[in-house]
Design a protein around this ligand. Structure first.
Ligand code: NDP
Length: 406
């Protein structure tokens, strides 16, 4: 390859390359390998996949988050010319490597530090990691502004809003409506919900996603996170952000303007839409996604979400109203509640009450207040909320824990 051709290639790094979003991103990149120079790929435990993709895409470096997996990663990369590294510091070092476009698709609060670090270099950060904005929205947005970096939303709802707002004045927005499928338990009776198993809650009617986000979809904790993300990313007040149940998941979001016009974004439920939009922004390019046949679809349904079925939505309102460290506490408590549910130690319907009790406890302790929180404060609130959630979970006495679920 000549120097001139090299110079035309976009330098890309994918954090969380072995996950669902990461793999969809690699799918798009692998379709045009000559257009990209893969600087860094990162993963967690799955070093087989990480090494295979790093070799296939000729990455500069492959990083596993777990130092105990470095030996295996090195063995798989032997002779390939791809560097191997491990641990949190190595993730930050990978984020320092010059790149034009970086995908932030690590799951959980662990995705925040590398994303923040990448922003320092004025890069384009495609942000799938929800936890970054929920835990540390103001920090992230300020860091991007300080360094002239660009954050592009990858969550399908936020990508949809972003696209509907293109060329528009945010001051003319009356409200943003993000859609929710209602999840796998949408049609269950309220009485049956406490008995939902992780397998039942983890079956999504429309989207093919990981287990955790699919269960979050059934409980609408996922939508609660997205309401907070919308608030943080677009700077809209909570009263101008709504969610609506739309079972077909074909409209991802709508923006209503002051003249009464409503712009809806439609597309097949395929994350490569939003990933591809961010990858090619500010242009549009062909994407290998299904096209909608409206005549075949024939109808689109909507319903207001039932607050009794989806108490997580009210918690999002509370988090947005509280600000400070409430987002970090909310996310961490939700993570613990989800772990407990997946482990069969907490009923589906007890996740939201547990998160609420953590917020109550931390508010009473004055631990949610912070003017201009720092990353350290966010990480500390995250740890504290996990401890509080574990403590409070121990006090649960529910019919389910008493014997129905081992
Ligand atoms: P996955 O669980 O499929 O993948 C997560 C990625 O993060 C994997 O590469 C995993 O590595 C890596 N990882 C796990 N733990 C750590 C850690 N402690 N440190 C560093 N890396 C780690 O998640 P998704 O791809 O589904 O989601 C990624 C993010 O995007 C999440 O924040 C999610 O909420 C968000 N999102 C996802 C959507 C989806 O459709 N899936 C839609 C919109 C947003 P390994 O697997 O090797 O252990």
């Amino acid at each position: 390859m000549t120097g001139a051709m090299q110079a035309d290639r976009r330098r890309v790094s994918i954090f969380g390359a072995t996950g669902s979003i990461g793999q969809s991103t690699l799918d798009l990149i692998a379709r045009a390998p000559s257009a990209y120079e893969v600087v860094a790929l990162t993963g967690g435990a799955n070093v087989d996949r990480l090494a295979a993709d790093a070799i296939r895409l000729k990455a500069g470096i492959a990083v596993t988050a777990y130092p105990e997996r470095l030996h295996d990663l090195r063995a798989r990369l032997a002779g390939s010319g791809v560097e191997a590294a491990a641990g949190e510091a190595a993730l930050l070092e990978a984020a320092d490597r010059p790149a034009d476009w970086i995908m932030s698709a690590i799951v959980g609060a662990a995705g925040l530090p590398p994303g923040l670090r990448a922003l320092r270099h004025g890069t384009v950060l495609a942000l799938a990691n929800k936890e970054s904005l929920v835990c540390a929205g103001p920090i992230l947005m300020a860091e991007a502004a300080r360094h002239g970096a660009t954050i592009l939303p990858v969550d399908s709802e936020h990508s949809a809003v972003f696209q509907a707002l293109r060329g528009e004045d945010i001051a003319t927005v009356e409200k943003v409506v993000i859609t929710a499928s209602g999840g796998g338990l949408r049609d269950w009776s309220l009485a049956r919900l406490p008995h939902a198993t992780p397998a039942e809650a983890g079956a999504h009617p429309n989207w093919d996603m990981g287990q955790r986000i699919t269960i979050d979809s059934a409980s609408m904790f996922n939508k609660a996170m997205e309401l907070i993300e919308t608030h943080e990313f677009f700077g809209l007040p909570p009263e101008r952000i709504e969610t609506i149940v739309h079972p077909q998941s074909l409209i991802h979001a709508l923006v209503q303007f002051c003249d009464g016009a409503m712009m809806a974004h439609l597309g097949a439920p395929d994350m490569r839409h939003a990933i591809g939009h961010a990858l090619h922004w500010p242009t549009r390019q062909d994407l290998p996604v299904a096209r909608l046949d409206l005549a075949e679809i024939a109808r689109l349904d909507f319903a207001a979400p039932d607050p009794a079925r989806y108490p997580a939505l009210a918690l999002a309102e509370r988090v947005m109203a509280t600000g400070g460290l409430a987002g970090a506490a909310f996310n961490a408590a939700k993570e613990v509640a989800l772990d407990l549910f997946i482990g069969g130690r907490l009923p589906f319907t007890e996740m939201a009450p547990l998160v609420e009790r953590v917020l109550d406890r931390m508010a009473a302790e004055g631990c949610l207040e912070a003017q201009g929180p720092t990353l350290d404060m966010v990480l500390q609130a995250d740890r504290l909320a996990r401890d509080r959630a574990a403590d409070l979970a121990g006090t649960y006495e529910t019919p389910r824990r008493a014997g129905q679920m081992p």
